[in-house]
Design a protein around this ligand. Structure first.
Ligand code: GLC
Length: 417
């Protein structure tokens, strides 16, 4: 079977009717940013199903505007922590944190592919605006977007969070049974040290019923993050363009963009020569080059300062782009966000570069990503040195990245990026 067909079958098999699982077993629910990728992937062959995916995601929006990172549509005992631990307060059982807000950007892309979907996009626009407004109200520090739990950034165990995690006292977290390590090799997953702190943060949020004002005071974790800052900045630009097209009130959005542009600059770590995460509680940079450091172009910031570090990291591995600097202490080529290459991040990074005219690096990242899939199928992520597939298999968003982008040659990819 050819790869296009394999990718389509993965989306179909992971489709639970209205929403798509990232993969069976390891992730048995609807995840926020995975869903945006799934919607786009479906749109390449079944646009109607693509729009439904986004609508299902937005149906979990809380009354304060937040769109949760997981929607627990149907309880599955194979996943921990489930709805009983999170105790979200939305219309659908959910987690209490969000995830990188890429839905507006994918909605704009989908509309380009399927103009007939416009009424459905119009109906979602106000919901997306409320979600973006929620970030602006609750998550900013000097204009940069903060996360309140490592999972909110989508880069769950990235080294960025180590310093802030060390400041969390996990006493009283209690006994629990992890499920992730029964699905994949524990060597690829976060450690128990990390998990105790992840759960402690969930318990802290649930203890105040996810009241964001209270949480801002008591949460021991608040880190300004390039993933969030760059994706929201990009999403605001796309929301603005869509709102203008739809004749909506867009008067708030230019100010939001300006605020986020200033915020992005506060993440530039001159000593590191890269965009970095910043611990808001200590005021310190984390000193981490990650694949999120390369998202500035995706946010529309064509920054020549950022390219040398990216070139060095790309040259250090066979299949870019690594999620963590291979020369840094603690680089682990198979452990999740501490080294592996992730097709979804490659897509976001390269699309941004492409749009800003950085085509040679964009082409290089795209062809590395395509080689990984041709060699080893549609895994969650891959070893950047050997290309070995790792994490979960038959992964929705990886298949979507193939269908929407990686399968094309350079010229075609420019047309669809
Ligand atoms: C992991 C990833 C996160 C993703 C989720 C589902 O938690 O770190 O980014 O959304 O899996 O694929």
């Amino acid at each position: 079977m050819d790869l296009d067909e394999q990718a389509r079958q993965i989306l179909r098999k992971n489709d639970k009717g209205g929403y798509t699982l990232p993969t069976h077993g390891l992730y048995p629910y609807q995840w926020n940013w995975d869903s945006a990728f799934a919607a786009w992937g479906f749109t390449t062959f079944d646009p109607d199903r693509g729009w439904t995916e986004l609508e299902t995601l937005m149906s979990g929006q809380w009354d304060d505007g937040m769109v949760p990172h997981i929607l627990f549509h149907k309880v599955d005992p194979g996943y921990f922590p489930g709805p009983d631990v999170w105790q979200g307060r939305g219309p659908i059982p959910s987690s209490g944190i969000s995830q990188p807000p890429i839905a507006a950007s994918f909605m704009r892309k989908m509309l380009g592919m399927d103009p007939a979907g416009e009424p459905r996009a119009r109906a979602m626009w106000p919901q997306l605006k409320r979600w973006h407004a929620w970030f602006m109200a609750w998550r900013l520090d000097e204009g940069a977007v903060c996360i309140t739990h490592p999972w909110e950034a989508g880069r769950d165990n990235a080294p960025d969070w180590d310093a802030a995690m060390a400041g969390i006292d996990p006493t009283g977290v209690g006994e629990y049974t992890r499920r992730d390590t029964s699905h994949v090799d524990p060597a690829m997953r976060p450690t128990k040290y990390d998990y105790d702190r992840y759960i402690k943060l969930v318990q802290t949020g649930a203890s105040v019923n996810w009241d964001h004002a209270k949480l801002k005071e008591i949460n021991p974790f608040r880190v300004a993050d390039p993933t969030m800052t760059f994706t929201l900045l990009r999403a605001q630009r796309d929301l603005l363009a869509l709102g203008q097209k739809f004749g909506e009130d867009v008067s708030d959005i230019p100010d939001w963009i300006e605020t986020l542009e200033k915020g992005a600059e506060t993440l530039w770590n001159a000593e590191l020569g890269a965009y970095d995460s910043r611990d808001v509680l200590t005021g310190k940079f984390n000193g981490i080059f990650s694949n999120a450091s390369a998202l500035c172009w995706y946010a529309g910031i064509d920054d020549a300062r950022a390219m040398p570090a990216i070139e060095r990291v790309m040259d250090a591995v066979e299949y870019g782009m690594a999620s963590y600097d291979p020369a840094a202490e603690g680089f682990e080529p198979l452990r999740y966000w501490r080294g592996p290459t992730w097709p979804i991040m490659n897509y976001l990074v390269a699309t941004g570069m492409e749009e800003c005219g950085q085509t040679s690096m964009a082409d290089r990242i795209r062809s590395d990503t395509a080689r990984l899939m041709r060699l080893n199928g549609f895994s969650e992520y891959y070893d950047p040195h050997t290309g070995a597939p790792a994490g979960g298999a038959t992964f929705t968003w990886t298949a979507a990245v193939w269908l929407g982008w990686a399968r094309f040659d350079h010229e075609e990819a420019r047309g669809v990026a």
